[in-house]
Write a protein that binds this ligand. Structure first.
Ligand code: FAD
Ligand code: NAD
Length: 458
């Protein structure tokens, strides 16, 4: 893309960090011919996270929920340059980003200059510094996590099958523990129990009967963001499905075979063969480095932004969206990241107009013309409205082909639960898929599981 526009004005460089819900939604909507657009992300694909909990047990295939970055950038109106790299350090004064290659056997580090920067690097799983979690637990955030969980499930089953029925090691290997009763933990525990009941029970009935799924939650109930009637429904269903839900139980320590949890005054040791840790988000290193450079960034929860998505302390050149940010009342969800990206698309369109007017003003010598341009500029600046989040509801799969939904229609809220809600959940997620290709693949995966069951190999 030429460095200047036809009128001679410079084309500003927009660097976008990340290829998740925020950044990809922005790239899909933005007129990329307005900027020199550079995307930096260690992941050369978009991942449809809402269906990630379905992948370790094979309800949905991983390939069905990813979309290559190239197919997204290729359909943009302007040229987009992509680096498969990680942003290591952002210098908000010099306006540079240091990036480090993430491509195998291709090491490089370089500094990219930017006029404008969009930070959409997401977050990493939090462990609250609990000893042993990083070393021993699996997380459920990215594709390699889902693959790791699947391998562990299959290995444990095969190992357990070689041990005698009364061997305590067999019991430990078949103890599958999920920590965190938020939607990630609940959806994964539900998928796991489905797999045991619907598929393993046919192929290896003796082992399937011994598998124990446990969900550990520190608070008095699971799924806190849902209405009481819905989390109660989910807890009742889990009890019926024999998922052991341990409430008011906070994990304090983890070693390679056992978690130690506090429940009131009592301490409980829970042996595990598989431990999936889903206790929420923490900022990434690159976000922490940036926070350390700006006095205004004094939150531990994420990058502080204003209601225009501008980063506090670097309002003129950096916007931040999605899970890497913290703004009261906005939760780290795909829905929020997507709406923020839509808002930012409009902002960047306005910013282009502002830059064009500023350039025209700098070239104009006629006082009347200059004054007209200034009033036009003022009008555009005043048009910029703050971001307003429109919450449409929250959905979660809870197993046995049932789902719960807290739907918001205007000011009113509606709660739904059961099998019909599961169909609603399915159609909503199909609708949310990024591409037609994803939609078809996911629908085919569901059909395959319905008719043929899930696969039981690694
Ligand atoms: P992400 O989507 O996480 O994207 C971050 C991007 O930044 C990635 O491409 C990553 O590779 C890249 N990156 C990381 N580090 C760097 C770096 N140093 N430099 C450059 N790039 C970097 N929300 C819902 O609303 N509904 C759901 O049903 C739902 N289900 C979920 C299920 C699971 C299992 C999980 C984990 C989350 C779910 N969420 C859901 C939450 C939702 O996925 C997040 O809120 C959303 O992904 C946030 O978008 P984001 O763009 O901020 O971050
Ligand atoms: P979360 O923050 O929603 O829930 C984490 C849970 O872990 C909390 O209930 C917390 O009390 C519990 N916990 C924390 N420390 C613990 C400990 N030591 N021992 C036992 N329990 C402990 O995290 P999440 O489920 O990973 O979700 C992250 C974000 O992604 C949330 O904003 C969520 O809304 C979003 N998400 C949404 C969906 C959906 O809409 N269906 C699905 C997945 C994730």
């Amino acid at each position: 893309q030429a460095a200047t526009f036809a009128n001679g004005s410079p084309r500003k460089t927009l660097v976008v960090l990340g290829t998740g819900w925020g950044s990809v939604s922005l790239l899909k909507h933005l007129d990329t011919s307005l900027y020199n657009v550079i995307v930096v992300s260690p992941r050369n694909y978009f991942l449809f996270t809402p269906l990630l909990p379905s992948t370790p047990v094979g309800t949905v295939e991983l390939k069905s929920i990813v979309e290559p970055v190239r197919s997204i950038t290729r359909s943009s109106p302007g040229e987009v340059h992509y680096y498969e790299a990680e942003a290591k350090d952002i210098d908000p004064v010099a306006k540079t980003v240091r990036i480090k290659s993430a491509t195998k056997d291709h090491d490089y580090e370089l500094d990219l200059n930017y006029d404008y920067l969009v930070v959409g690097v997401g977050a990493q799983p939090t462990t609250f510094g609990i000893p042993g979690v990083f070393e021993n637990a699996s997380f459920l955030k990215e594709i390699p996590d889902a693959q790791d969980i699947r391998t562990k499930i299959m290995n444990n089953i095969e190992k357990a099958a070689t041990l005698s029925a009364n061997d305590p090691e067999r019991k430990r290997l078949l103890s599958f523990v999920v920590v965190g009763g938020g939607p990630t933990g609940v959806e994964f525990a539900a998928e796991l129990q489905d797999y045991v009941d619907q598929d393993l029970s046919k192929w290896i009935p003796e082992i399937s009967k011994e598998i124990k799924v446990t969900l550990v939650e520190a608070l008095p109930n699971i799924l806190n963001m849902f209405d009481k009637s819905l989390w109660q429904y989910a807890q009742d269903l889990f009890a019926m499905e024999k998922i052991d839900v341990k409430l008011k139980t906070m994990v304090k320590n983890v070693n390679s075979t056992t978690i130690t949890a506090q429940c009131g005054d009592a301490t409980e040791d829970i042996p595990y063969g598989l431990l999936v840790w889903a206790t929420g988000n923490a900022p990434r290193e690159v976000s922490k480095n940036l926070m350390a450079k700006l006095e205004q960034q004094n939150s531990r929860r994420g990058l502080l932004i204003n209601d225009k998505m501008q980063l506090l302390g670097a309002e003129d050149s950096i916007w931040a969206i999605g899970d890497c940010t913290f703004f009261p009342g906005l939760f780290p969800t795909a829905q929020v990241a997507h709406q923020e990206a839509e808002y930012l698309t409009e902002t960047l369109k306005q910013q282009y107009k502002i830059d064009q007017l500023k350039w025209e003003i700098s070239k104009t010598t006629n006082a009347t013309e200059t004054s007209k341009l200034h009033s036009k500029l003022d009008r555009i600046v005043k048009q910029q409205k703050p971001f307003k989040y429109n919450h449409q509801g929250t959905l979660a799969y809870i197993g046995s082909e049932q789902a719960i939904a807290d739907v918001a229609v205007g000011e009113s809220k509606y709660q739904m639960a059961g099998s019909f809600t599961f169909l609603f959940w399915k159609s909503a997620y199909l609708g949310m898929c990024l591409s037609f290709r994803n939609r078809i693949l996911v629908a085919m995966d569901w059909a395959k599981v319905y008719f043929l069951g899930r696969d039981s190999s690694v």
